[in-house]
Design a protein around this ligand. Structure first.
Ligand SMILES: Nc1ncnc2c1ncn2[C@@H]1O[C@H](COP(=O)(O)OP(=O)(O)OP(=O)(O)O)[C@@H](O)[C@H]1O
Ligand SMILES: [Mg+2]
Length: 229
């Protein structure tokens, strides 16, 4: 459960786990990290997809912070921007987006050429690359599965940002290729029917649903603890 702290500055994306790793919100991200590790004890969890039923529910913000807390734990992490419709990883981490997932999938660049270091130790990025006309086709290609295998050989954990599951098929396609999927829903925004529908969509492709993150919950008690630090 991610609690709302203060209005977001739209001009830049602040990463709380980077700016203030000791805050209660960062602690909540570490709790999600632990829960994910427990959610898959018997099977390997090397690839995780983050999606949500609809737009703007917090997928990209949550995945960026999750990538950071996994990297802070000492894991070699790769964050892939597989939202080739509304990509944000390059913007969030202020890296170049001329090369990325799309350019690797169409064979313009080798994966190694498109990988970029972030300013966080242990965290590398594969931004979306130029927006392609056919994201679903690219994500469903044999080349994408080869890319995932290659990335798994280099990194301990590979996590994927994606478009909303009810809007386009991209997340379903990816859910089938990863070890587990995390669904983000947003307080006062996601309706119950949409959440259930998203779960059905994911289950219909045999996705392993690892859990649901409830984003943007207000809590006076936690604000007290936050400011009381
Ligand atoms: N817990 C939160 N508190 C306040 N603002 C938030 C919170 N989570 C997300 N936001 C803001 O809401 C907006 C949408 O978030 P984000 O881009 O992470 O969602 P998304 O699900 O990736 O959206 P899209 O469907 O466009 O990819 C952003 O401006 C983000 O800063
Ligand atoms: Mg997003």
């Amino acid at each position: 459960m991610i609690k709302r702290k203060r209005p977001v500055n739209q001009s830049t994306r602040q990463l709380i786990t980077k700016l203030n790793p000791r805050s209660p919100i960062s602690e909540q991200f570490r709790t999600i990290r632990t829960n994910l590790q427990f959610a898959s004890i018997d099977e390997k969890l090397e690839t995780i997809l983050v999606t949500s039923p609809g737009p703007s529910e917090g997928k990209s913000s949550i995945i960026a912070n999750l990538a950071i807390v996994f990297a802070q734990q000492g894991k070699r992490v790769l964050l892939i921007d597989a939202d080739m419709r509304k990509p944000t990883v390059h913007y969030t981490f202020k890296v170049d987006n001329r090369r990325g997932l799309s350019s690797v999938l169409v064979g313009e660049d080798a994966l190694e050429e498109a990988l970029q270091q972030s300013d966080i130790t242990n965290l590398d990025l594969l931004s979306s690359g130029p927006i392609p006309p056919n994201p679903s086709e690219l994500l469903g290609s044999k080349k994408m599965r080869q890319l995932i295998e290659k990335a798994k050989n280099i990194y301990d954990l590979v996590i994927f940002d994606s478009p909303p599951v009810l809007a386009v098929t991209d997340a379903q396609i990816l859910a089938n290729d990863v070890d587990g999927t995390l669904l983000v829903v947003r307080s006062k925004q996601t309706d119950q029917d949409a959440a259930l529908k998203a779960k059905d969509h994911l289950e219909s492709v045999n996705a392993k649903l690892l859990g649901v993150v409830l984003n943007d919950v207000e809590s006076k008690k936690d604000q007290y603890y936050y400011y009381g630090q």
